[in-house]
Write a protein that binds this ligand. Structure first.
Ligand code: ADP
Ligand code: MG
Length: 559
């Protein structure tokens, strides 16, 4: 094996030159130093440890969290003539023995190991006897509770440092906000490691976020007007929603496939392959989809539900536009999303610290949605990168949101929450504000409150927007244990006393308005009804005028 990294790059991997900081990392590691590499997805982290493993004597041991990813990498390496193998639970016993023997005999350049395997006595004994050139811990954020993908097996990896202090280690991740970074350093004992941090900016991605109106119609409108025939990913929170959304998109004429952990392995692989090989396939997926997917021409990533953190948002949107050509990160979100995610956090088995972390992340995510300034700047700031100029490309830069003086509205909202005893969710409070009298409101006596009907000047959607924003700004919190009841925070006092004024964004409903609700709806109890024919004629006329106007005719049984 040649000793010069550039020669290895060319002769083994067939690439002409190094990218970004690859060379610096490789030199540092080859010389025996520890490294922490923070590089965005697709940046080329693998070469940072693969090449030093080829140059240094012995086998490079790589820890990687996903079996599929491991197998892919090994297959690719074998095709390049690199002596690589993996150890994980899928191997038959004989093969496992063979791999172990070649490791001991010094026949392997790279050995990929699942984290839970690495720490078994068996593998630890092997490592003690074989010659190891380096330890690489890929997707190192998995050690962090701050990360979006915490894995208990990763916690133990600090043992590597204690047991084999002489072997250089490299941790690699695409997630690099400061807290995650600190936790990686601490857990993996990388205090003395050199940190290589590459730019996280993805200038070709346009970030756009709007309030959820009629999510599917907004999505179809976005796809029709901007991405006909393009490949992309649509993320949803639940399996059920993945299925129904994929079905809906197919009915609308898109080639859309579902992907979630509830499908059989066969079906998942089939759908993933079609996404990679065919043109213009849309995958509708839960977060189970994506890690390790290397498709350069994904033109958009759409979120129908809010991701649970900005790390997850960055990671997921980062799958768009790896080829460097313009791509869209598009999302719609609503207050209900936040409540659902909050409920998931609270209902999880995690300990209190972990829950607090998750709540903080969710709040940051909501704050990011409600932002009036440059989204890219805010995203980079979250990851510890300062950019002094607004990007000029995100929705807020292109269409600076109109703002209005929401002080009065916020005060009304907050006092109504207070008057109703901080026991109700946004929808109920809005009904009271708007003076909507229904059975529940009367039973509770809320129609006799001084705040009843003081908010007629805004409609329901506008009030929802006010609530989302004052929650995002920290004046209210959502208490899931009380079914999403809103509670005042300390911060809201100056607002109630009229000491601060609040600027809120005016939500633009333009996109939603042109995307949905222009259907013809006719209900019939009797198909002989004359109106049936009138409606169908109108419908035909309308369709002739404008191809993509959705139209419904609903038949109801005669009662
Ligand atoms: P990461 O792990 O950072 O997400 P990978 O290591 O999987 O990224 O690399 C992403 C893609 O970039 C791969 O297809 C890889 O072969 C390619 N790549 C990496 N380094 C180079 C380079 N110096 N020149 C050209 N292509 C590269
Ligand atoms: Mg990688």
């Amino acid at each position: 094996m040649p000793k010069d990294p550039v020669q290895v790059l060319r002769s083994v991997f067939g690439y002409e030159r190094f990218r970004g900081q690859q060379r610096a990392v490789i030199d540092h590691l080859t010389a025996g130093g520890d490294a922490l590499v923070l590089m965005p997805t697709g940046g080329g982290k693998s070469l940072c440890y693969q090449i030093p493993a080829l140059i240094r004597p012995g086998t490079g041991v790589v820890v990687s969290p996903l079996i599929a990813l491991m197998q892919d990498q090994v297959e690719t390496l074998l095709q390049l003539g690199v002596r690589a193998a993996f150890l994980n639970s899928t191997l038959p016993y004989d093969t496992q023995r063979q791999v172990e023997q070649s490791f001991l005999d010094g026949q392997l350049d790279l050995l990929y190991v699942a984290p839970e395997r690495l720490l078994t006595d068996r593998v630890q004994a092997l490592i003690g006897r074989a010659e190891v050139s380096l330890f690489a811990i890929d997707e190192a954020h998995c050690v962090s509770q701050w990360g979006h993908d915490f894995r208990a097996d990763y916690w133990q990896l600090s043992l590597l440092h204690e047991r084999f202090p002489g072997i250089p280690r490299i941790g690699l991740t695409a997630t690099a906000d400061e807290r995650t970074r600190n936790e990686i350093v601490e857990r993996l004992g990388l205090q003395d490691a050199k940190v290589f941090c590459s730019g996280f900016d993805r200038p070709n991605i346009r970030y756009r976020i709007s309030p959820k109106q009629d999510a599917r119609r907004q999505l179809v409108h976005f796809l029709r007007s901007e991405h006909p025939g393009d490949a992309g990913i649509v993320y949803c929170l639940s399996r059920k929603k993945v299925e129904s959304t994929a079905e809906w998109l197919r009915a609308e004429g898109f080639s859309a496939l579902p992907y979630h952990a509830g499908l059989s392995t066969d079906e998942r692989q089939k759908n993933q392959r079609r996404f990679l090989m065919e043109e213009g396939v849309i995958v509708v997926a839960t977060i189970a989809f994506g890690m390790g997917i290397d498709k350069p021409n994904v033109r958009f990533v759409a979120h129908l539900d809010l991701p649970k953190s900005l790390e997850a948002y960055y990671q997921e949107t980062g799958r768009a536009g790896r080829d460097g050509l313009p791509a869209n990160a598009w999302m719609v979100y609503g207050l209900q999303d936040v409540i659902t995610l909050r409920q998931m956090v609270e209902a999880s088995e995690a300990d209190e610290l972990h829950k607090r972390v998750e709540r903080y992340k969710l709040d940051s995510m909501l704050g990011f949605c409600e932002l009036t300034g440059c989204r890219r700047q805010a995203l980079l700031r979250y990851f510890g990168e300062i950019s002094d100029k607004p990007c000029g490309n995100c929705d807020n830069c292109l269409n600076p949101p109109d703002t209005w003086d929401g002080t009065d509205a916020a005060r009304k909202a907050l006092s109504c929450v207070y008057r109703t005893g901080q026991r109700f969710g946004a929808h109920h409070i809005i009904d009271v504000l708007r003076g909507k009298s229904n059975e529940r409101i009367q039973r509770l006596g809320h129609d006799r409150l001084s705040t009843f009907g003081i908010g007629q000047e805004l409609d329901e959607k506008q009030w929802l927007s006010v609530f989302r924003q004052i929650i995002a700004q920290g004046y209210l919190t959502v208490d899931w244990e009380a079914h999403g009841a809103l509670r005042l925070t300390e911060d809201c006092r100056p607002v109630l006393r009229g000491e601060v004024s609040l600027s809120l964004r005016k939500d633009s409903y333009k996109e939603a308005a042109s995307a949905g609700r222009r259907h013809i709806e006719a209900r019939f109890s009797n198909p002989d009804d004359d109106r049936l024919w009138q409606a169908l004629r109108a419908l035909r006329r309308n369709l002739a005028e404008q191809q993509d106007v959705p139209a419904y005719v609903i038949f109801q049984d005669a009662v």
